[in-house]
Design a protein around this ligand. Sequence first.
Ligand SMILES: Cc1cc2nc3c(=O)[nH]c(=O)nc-3n(C[C@H](O)[C@H](O)[C@H](O)COP(=O)(O)OP(=O)(O)OC[C@H]3O[C@@H](n4cnc5c(N)ncnc54)[C@H](O)[C@@H]3O)c2cc1C
Length: 412
Amino acid sequence: MTQSQSSSSSSSSHYDVIVVGLGALGAATLYQLSQRGVRVLGIDQFSPPHDQGSSHGDSRITRLAVGEGDEYVPFVQRSHAIWRELEARTGKPLMTTTGGLILAPRDRVAEHHGKSDFVRRTIACAERFGIAHEVLDAAGIRTRFPQFHLQGDEIGYYEHDAGFVRPEDAIGAQLAVARASGARTLTGERVLAVESVGNGDTVCVRTGSASFTADRAVVAAGAWLPAFLGAQARADWQADFSVHRQVMHWFDTGSATADFAPGRFPIFIWMFGDGPEDYMYGFPSSDPSQPALKVATEQYVAATTPDTIDRTVSAEETAAMYRERVAGRFPQIGGRALKARACMYTVTPDRRFVIDALDGLPRVLIASACSGHGFKHSAGLGEAIADHVLDRPSEFDLRPFARQRLLEKAPA
Ligand SMILES: Cc1cc2nc3c(=O)[nH]c(=O)nc-3n(C[C@H](O)[C@H](O)[C@H](O)COP(=O)(O)OP(=O)(O)OC[C@H]3O[C@@H](n4cnc5c(N)ncnc54)[C@H](O)[C@@H]3O)c2cc1C
């Protein structure tokens, strides 16, 4: 059992807001609340940053033109500004601008074909928001990035300000500044229930060893959200989320290390086939002491839970990743793997976020921003959520993430 630890600037057990879960979204929310001079408590079952949830593995892609939908753009734009502010405040590098390349076969993009249509949607989004970009053909990509071995029929969207964020450091920085600003955190303590007490104007958050009250609660439980909703007897909400194991692989860049360093190599998303898994994304080397090409793909077929997931990655999984996706596309990369890690996506049916009050418990905000693309928005979302739960005006619109849309789309 994990030792429970508390950091506190206040002995009171009533708070303005309690944040359950201090991963990407919870840490961002706690940080923003701590900057608004309110009494805030954050609780996590582990000691974030940690490698048990969805926010580990050295790097997360960030890009400003969000092919997943225009409603996300203000959040990633604000996140970039917040990470730069945090870098200045903590002296820690959090975000590296490398440029980003999203590429697919031109005919599939033109035909709005499956996953490849993401390139077209990204270009359209960049044009609408005036985001600096170039559209490259295969020759243009080859000239700039000879590391990619192309078929010759590709089209590429290149965004200058894309790059990667360091998830563990971003979470750690937000928690450190939040604590220094007076937020209390309790780690190694699992929240068992969140209930309404009094006249319905107070929320009680129960762990195995203590209870705390607050005016509002934010539940940012990541992959544990389905279990949390189950424990709250909310099978209706629980059914909207599924958890999927994903694997990240780091391949040794060997003698090509300089070619895969930030500055020479961009983050990339590469669609090369018809199936949803016929693609990979990747990163330049983020750790000079262990230079590597980090790559991953996605799977939505097999579901899992945080308690049953296989966290080990077999040698065969890494060999298959190399054989089926990396070999032939990056001729300079051999098959020597430096490490591999499993991680979890918490996915909704339309692969969009759910940030909404739990009906029946209007003072409890469920905040699930994953479906595989949440980190880049997390800092901005934390700011929007903080203002939302404090009933303060905000320039951000969280309504696109209301759960109602899933009910409207559900089959009769
Ligand atoms: C392999 C992989 C690659 C990804 N790549 C990208 C990318 O390139 N770009 C991008 O933008 N996004 C990416 N994502 C998505 C992004 O990482 C997630 O959207 C984000 O990390 C989710 O953050 P979270 O706060 O919801 O969950 P987490 O960071 O996992 O935090 C949840 C926290 O809640 C705590 N918790 C849960 N239940 C309880 C409880 N009952 N009591 C106390 N504490 C509790 C957990 O311990 C955990 O700390 C990727 C995700 C994965 C897995």
